[in-house]
Design a protein around this ligand. Structure first.
Ligand SMILES: Cc1cc2nc3c(=O)[nH]c(=O)nc-3n(C[C@H](O)[C@H](O)[C@H](O)COP(=O)(O)OP(=O)(O)OC[C@H]3O[C@@H](n4cnc5c(N)ncnc54)[C@H](O)[C@@H]3O)c2cc1C
Length: 238
């Protein structure tokens, strides 16, 4: 495993509690859309064993052509030790990244693609949408549905409906509105449904989709293959 040490080159305040940390791309570091990485703070490997309190999984919210590795996260007033330290970091400070992999690359199979997310989960989908908008081939339509009770919707420059590109986005603020829209989307029995959010959010979405007759192979989660059986059985009582 190679640990890449890099520096913060910019901090973007996306919303009152959401920031994107832009990191320099280290030589040889590669990623594809939907990738997540291990994002670690200085000191994480100082002892005999890695200090997990200083490491988090984070999606990369940019594509390589943007020339920075974007990490988007919510920093609440009361937060973990990890985020308390992160909050105080500045441009020029060091970050380590390692073990980078995408569970959710964009699949081009001439289908409608539904991107279902909660809050900063949208960050995982930003690179998929950028990739699609740059090259729309072999996808019928992309539909993004995001729920964020803060009402401060993220990446609104990119997540704007573009009828000429068969791209539709909806932001909602309440669960009732979200699941009503989801039930409507689930009438497409051929679509591909990507879901990103908390485990509870995944399970609730999967339940709605499976009750509507969507099969496990049409549901794509940001989980390692070994974790998928915990979420995707064809048993509708999940
Ligand atoms: C594949 C993958 C990709 C991911 N991608 C991202 C991503 O792109 N962005 C992202 O932000 N996360 C991402 N995550 C989740 C991430 O790894 C963290 O689990 C998440 O951000 C929570 O961070 P935290 O544990 O530092 O807690 P925090 O966010 O600080 O806290 C979690 C909750 O606990 C509460 N809390 C924390 N400390 C206290 C306290 N002392 N007192 C009271 N309440 C407290 C907070 O209010 C909050 O509600 C990803 C996870 C996976 C598996």
């Amino acid at each position: 495993m190679h640990i890449y040490w890099t520096k913060i080159n910019k901090i973007v305040q996306e919303a009152s509690q959401v920031r994107t940390y832009m990191l320099d791309c280290p030589e040889g570091f590669k990623w594809e859309e939907g990738a997540h990485t291990h994002f670690a703070l200085v000191g994480f490997n100082a002892g005999d064993r890695p200090n997990r309190k200083l490491i988090r999984h984070m999606s990369i919210s940019t594509l390589p052509y943007e020339r920075s590795i974007g990490i988007t996260t919510r920093l609440k007033d009361q937060c973990s030790e990890f985020k308390t330290i992160l909050k105080d970091l500045e441009v020029g400070d060091d970050i380590a990244i390692f073990k980078t992999h995408s569970n959710v690359p964009l699949k081009r199979g001439n289908k409608n693609v539904y991107l279902l997310s909660s809050g900063v989960g949208l960050a995982t989908f930003r690179p998929l949408v950028l990739k699609y908008l740059n090259q729309t081939a072999d996808i019928k339509h992309i539909y993004s549905l995001n729920i964020d009770s803060s009402r401060e919707f993220l990446f609104s420059d990119i997540f704007q409906s573009a009828p000429d590109k068969n791209f539709t986005t909806r932001f909602v603020t309440d669960r009732h509105g979200y699941y009503n829209k989801l039930k409507h989307l689930a009438t497409d029995k051929e679509g591909l449904f990507y879901i990103v959010g908390s485990d509870e959010f995944l399970l609730q979405n999967i339940k709605v989709l499976q009750l509507a007759g969507i099969k496990s192979e049409q549901i794509i989660l940001d989980k390692h293959a070994s974790q998928l059986p915990e979420f995707l059985s064809d048993d509708m009582s999940v």
